[in-house]
Each structure stands twice: as structure tokens, then as C-alpha cells.
Design a protein around this ligand. Structure first.
Ligand SMILES: [Zn+2]
Length: 304
């Protein structure tokens, strides 16, 4: 039986990798040396080097394999990334086979938001719960759905694209081609964009808008009402769909929880009779940026 696995998170600006034991203890963590948009070959070499560094430090222990959480649409069967806007050169490239060949160990790819959801289920706020949804409020909104302890994939591996669920039928246009996707209202990017629309300032970060709202700025507060409203609509639909016991919110924007929570709860109460009568837990995720590392490492351990 394998002792540990290595999880790689390719979701941010640099890749990170961690060795995690079968019982969920982090044994080591390294950061990659080059930006993830630095070109395919350089990124793959960086990933291989990071995994080898961790593996060399644990010689004598048995490695189950490597899990890689990355943004984009991942075709699970073929190990090909079909759409990866933030990773130049990766589109339609057989990532899994390329890494497997160089490392000589099992490699499993997963969408980064799905990895984070699995990580929260294994060692975070979802411990002891078989079924949950995680929403990650960052540049966009990532989603992961866990059923019976496993990631829900759908037929191609693309289930859980929750950031592109419509919350406003004729709303802001989204890069995905739809109008009114929830990530146009409740992501960090959306908060900055709304601040600009309300003439709060050019190029304000979501943190700056958060501080304005905390300081009592009415227009900034309105933005977080909009965030809460959009999240409440989304979560109400998810609760009515799944009847799960737990819905988690992660990502930087959750720092503004107390600002968007009232509008979110109001929408939930209005839109979901299940929430009204038997409210499930709607809570903050626990692992922060490490959720994806835990989840990615969990993948090779699931069958080994
Ligand atoms: Zn969209």
C-alpha cells in the first residue's frame, strides 16, 4: 500500500506541489520557479522538477502517484486539456501522458476547482460529509461537486462549471458566450468591474472596495449586496437541485463574508423552500490556497 501522494496545483500564477501522506499529513511543499503562463515545455519541466524534489526527500516511502489540478476543461479519459485560456500551448495537448512518461508514475489530471472541493472534503471543512459543493470566489468562480466522497464529473469531466450558471437572464456578457453568469456578479473581478461602473474608482482591487464598504461607503456596500444576491440565487438553485448537507465558499472574496451574507441569506430564504424549512450548512471553506494541493494528492490515493 502506498504511503503518500504528490498533489500539484497549477491554478494560480506559479505552480505549487505538496507531498501528502495517506492520512492527510503534509510532508513537504515546494513552489515552482516559473510563471504558469511561461510556455508549455517550461511549465512541464518545472512540474517534473518540483515532483522530483519532493520524491527525493521521501526516498524509502512508497509513492501512490501524482495528481495535478489545473484550470480548463480536462478530458479525463484521454488526459487532454481541451480548453485552457490561461495556459498557452496546453490546448489539446496530452498533458497526462507527457508527465507520466517523464516521471514514471501514475498521473491523474483534475480541474483545479474540483481538486479544491475534494481537498475540502478530505481534510478541510467537509470532513465527515460525503456530499458537498465548493464555490471558489476568485478571478472567476470555480465550482466542484462531491457526491459520496468523489468528484462528480459528468460524461466528459466538465460537470461543476458553476461560475457560468445564469443569475440574471439579460445581465453582463461573459467570456463564455452567455449573459448574466454568476461570476460576472460575485467574483473578485466582478467587484472591481462594478466599482468602476459606480464611479468608485478606476482599477480598484476587490480588497480596496471591501475596505471602502467596511468604512461605510454606500456604493461599495451596494456592490456586496449584489454579490450576496447573486450567490444566494446560485446557492438556492444548487440546494434545490442537490439537497446536500453542506455548501462551502472559498477564495479571497470570502474575506467580505459579513458584508454579503445578509443579502445571500435573504435570497436563499426566498428562492429555496428546502433552505427555508431545513437549512443546510452554508459556510466558509477551511484550507485556503492549500485545498487544491490536498485534493490533487487525494486522487492517486483513492484507488491505491
Ligand atoms: Zn459565463
Amino acid at each position: 500500500m502506498a504511503d503518500y501522494a504528490i498533489g500539484v496545483d497549477l491554478g494560480g500564477t506559479n505552480l505549487r506541489a505538496a507531498a501528502i501522506s495517506r492520512d492527510g499529513k503534509m510532508l513537504g511543499k515546494v513552489a515552482g520557479a516559473i510563471p504558469v503562463n511561461g510556455g508549455r515545455d517550461a511549465v512541464i519541466s518545472d512540474m517534473v522538477r518540483s515532483v522530483e524534489t519532493l520524491r527525493d526527500g521521501l526516498s524509502g516511502q512508497n509513492l501512490a502517484g501524482v495528481g495535478v489540478g489545473m484550470p480548463g476543461f480536462i478530458m479525463l479519459e484521454s488526459g487532454v486539456v481541451s480548453v485552457a485560456p490561461n495556459l498557452p500551448g496546453f490546448e489539446n495537448f496530452a498533458v497526462r501522458d507527457a508527465i507520466e512518461k517523464r516521471l514514471g508514475t501514475t498521473v491523474i489530471l483534475e480541474n483545479d476547482a474540483n481538486s479544491a472541493a475534494l481537498g475540502e472534503k478530505w481534510m478541510g471543512a467537509g470532513r465527515g460529509t460525503g456530499d458537498l459543493v465548493l464555490l471558489t470566489l476568485g478571478t472567476g468562480i470555480g465550482g466542484g461537486i462531491i457526491v459520496n466522497g468523489r468528484v462528480l464529473h459528468g460524461v466528459l469531466g466538465m460537470a461543476g462549471e458553476l461560475g457560468h450558471i445564469t443569475v440574471s437572464p439579460n445581465g453582463y456578457p461573459c467570456g463564455c458566450g452567455n449573459n448574466g453568469c454568476v461570476e460576472k456578479y460575485a467574483s473578485a473581478t466582478a467587484v472591481s468591474a462594478m466599482a468602476q461602473l459606480l464611479n468608485l474608482g478606476q482599477g480598484l482591487s476587490s480588497e480596496e472596495v471591501f475596505h471602502l464598504a467596511k468604512g461605510g461607503n454606500e456604493r461599495a456596500r451596494l456592490i456586496f449586496d449584489t454579490v450576496g444576491e447573486a450567490l444566494g440565487i446560485l446557492l438556492g438553485n444548487l440546494i434545490n437541485t442537490f439537497n446536500f448537507p453542506l455548501y462551502l465558499l472559498g477564495g479571497g472574496l470570502t474575506a467580505a463574508w459579513e458584508l454579503f451574507e445578509p443579502a445571500m441569506k435573504k435570497e436563499l430564504t426566498h428562492r429555496s423552500f428546502i433552505y427555508r424549512n431545513n437549512p443546510p450548512r452554508v459556510e466558509r471553506a477551511a484550507l485556503g490556497g492549500d485545498a487544491g494541493l490536498y485534493g490533487a494528492a487525494r486522487l492517486p490515493l483513492e484507488n491505491n
